[in-house]
Design a protein around this ligand. Structure first.
Ligand SMILES: Cc1cc2nc3c(=O)[nH]c(=O)nc-3n(C[C@H](O)[C@H](O)[C@H](O)COP(=O)(O)OP(=O)(O)OC[C@H]3O[C@@H](n4cnc5c(N)ncnc54)[C@H](O)[C@@H]3O)c2cc1C
Length: 483
């Protein structure tokens, strides 16, 4: 009997279908490292190919997961129910349209490639996830990715003017266009953004670009503890300055980074005060931008507001020096593994006036569970990355991490925060959707999914269906962004 794969092979050229162990393993996981091998990885060359794949997936009710770079941290790109993966990372057409200050991109273009191309014409694409070199625009639109500059420049959603692609049922559709305004019926474009590949396959996007800031100023400020650092961040807000970056690192994060450097890169320690070895500080990394005079004036205001209680401050005199200051932030993700072999990266978001209460809650959890919870994040928009570190081979640790994660999410929701500010839900946060949303809200989301995707083929088992990551081992694998 002819299988769906046999029929697919008749519909697409052989090079578009890869069933090798290597390809299916690569497509089996994302940065959550929870692996489910698909039967085949399909790389269609054009829209007709995508339509052919969708037609078969619908006919056979086969799960189909769209993939960009696989850098999602939540399992969103894991083909949780097997089936086929449709990989659009090779779709890399990119055209910057200077006159309309916009760009047309195919979904496989990386965030950095777009920003680099925009820079050539004095423009910029501001959303800047830490994964910008790898993450694709298809993936970042599907996840509504944020980044360090969110408070001043917004997130991916703020730059998407038009989308085109396929409904799960196989029809080609366009939402919006190369237009600054669009008021024509239901806004499905925005429903697609952040829907994590469950409501459609994006094959093209028109993105808004902005004039590129001419200058950037960077300052590192150190404080005796988290309270002092967050009070300084509040003082900057009270001064009505919105820096392009206001990054917060708690003492546990800084200590882990110094420890990692001490072990593998002692030369990096030289750029920071030796006293930090005894008195590890909490840090703020601040960047202002704009015309040079504006960037300078805003940095002066930042220092007036926040510099008084700092135990150390250093404004970079050059781009190279700024880059040195940033090494502490760039190194900290990897440094977490000084504290445990497994990381749960929660990217919660809090109201700006709840940050201090939130850190008190994290502190309590840290003491009650006995687990490290190094935390850093974007103090200007309240989006914090709490890393619950544990040893996966130790059942007591695992239980504490599981319990700690739920209690963290309960605290966040109790403080009127949200369980994800930028990474999305995927598999990892699906058990907490019921904390975030009431029955009526979840029920409408389920009905939307059923309406778009009556055969439940597109990225099934995510978002709305609770998944217990604890019952599934993570795979040890080196991914392109690992240091
Ligand atoms: C080191 C590192 C740093 C990170 N920093 C940040 C950060 O600062 N901010 C942030 O928000 N995130 C960050 N992330 C998370 C991740 O990079 C983002 O979620 C990103 O949006 C994923 O893009 P991707 O191309 O890797 O998509 P994938 O991981 O391949 O897919 C993610 C989701 O998008 C769907 N999808 C992919 N392509 C399409 C398409 N063409 N059409 C429809 N659906 C599609 C997939 O089905 C999946 O549900 C980071 C990740 C890493 C590893």
């Amino acid at each position: 009997m002819e299988t769906p794969l046999d029929r697919l092979r008749k519909a697409l050229p052989p090079e578009a279908i890869d069933t090798s162990a290597e390809a299916t393993f690569r497509a089996s996981l994302d940065n959550l490292r929870l692996s489910r091998c698909p039967e085949a990885v399909i790389s269609p060359a054009d829209e007709d190919g995508v339509a052919a794949v969708l037609a078969l997936a619908n006919e056979y009710h086969l799960p189909l997961t769209t993939r960009g770079a696989g850098s999602a941290t939540t399992g969103a790109a894991t083909p949780a129910e097997g089936g086929w993966v449709i990989d659009l990372s090779a779709w890399k057409q990119l055209a910057v349209r200077e006159e309309t200050m916009s760009a047309f991109v195919q979904p496989g273009v990386t965030v950095k490639a777009l920003d680099d191309a925009a820079a050539g014409t004095g423009l910029a694409y501001p959303p800047d996830p830490g994964s910008a070199r790898h993450a694709t625009l298809g993936g970042t639109i599907a996840c509504n990715a944020g980044g360090l500059r969110g408070a001043k420049y917004g997130v991916t959603r703020d730059y998407v003017m038009g989308l085109e692609g396929f409904l799960p049922t196989g029809e080609f559709v366009r939402w919006g266009g190369n237009l600054r305004k669009f008021a024509c019926g239901y806004n499905i474009r925005d429903l697609w953004i952040g829907s994590e590949g469950t409501l459609g396959i994006i094959t093209g996007a028109i993105l808004r670009l902005i004039p590129r800031p001419a200058a950037r100023r960077t300052t590192l400020l150190a404080y005796k503890d988290e309270h002092a650092a967050l009070a300084a961040a509040a003082a900057i807000r009270a001064r009505r300055v919105i820096p392009s970056i206001l990054e917060f690192l708690d003492r546990e994060t800084v200590a882990a980074t110094l420890r990692l450097w001490g072990r593998v890169a002692p030369e990096k320690l030289a750029a920071f005060p030796a006293s930090w070895a005894q008195h590890v500080p909490a840090l703020l990394l601040v960047e202002t931008d704009g015309e040079p005079a504006q960037a300078d004036a805003e940095m002066t205001a930042v220092l007036q507001a926040a510099g008084g209680h700092a135990t150390h401050r250093h404004t970079a005199a050059s781009d190279d020096e700024a880059e040195t200051l940033w090494t502490v932030r760039r190194g900290c993700s990897q440094a977490m593994f000084e504290l445990g072999d497994t990381k749960l990266n929660e990217d919660v978001v809090l109201p700006l006036d709840a940050q201090t209460h939130f850190f008190e809650a994290v502190d309590r959890l840290r003491h009650e569970t006995g687990l490290p919870m190094p935390t850093f994040g974007h103090a200007a928009d309240g989006n914090f990355h709490v890393h619950i570190m544990y040893d996966a081979g130790n059942p007591a640790h695992r239980d504490k991490a599981r319990d700690g994660t739920r209690r963290l999410m309960e605290q966040v929701v109790a403080l009127d925060g949200a369980i994800s500010g930028e990474h999305g839900i995927g598999l990892a946060k699906s058990p907490f959707m019921q904390l975030q949303h009431g029955t009526a809200e979840l029920s409408l989301m389920k009905r939307i999914k059923e309406t778009f995707d009556p055969n439940n083929i597109l990225n099934p088992g995510k978002l709305l269906e609770p998944f217990e990551i604890w019952n599934h081992p993570r795979t040890k694998v080196r991914l392109p962004w690992d240091h």
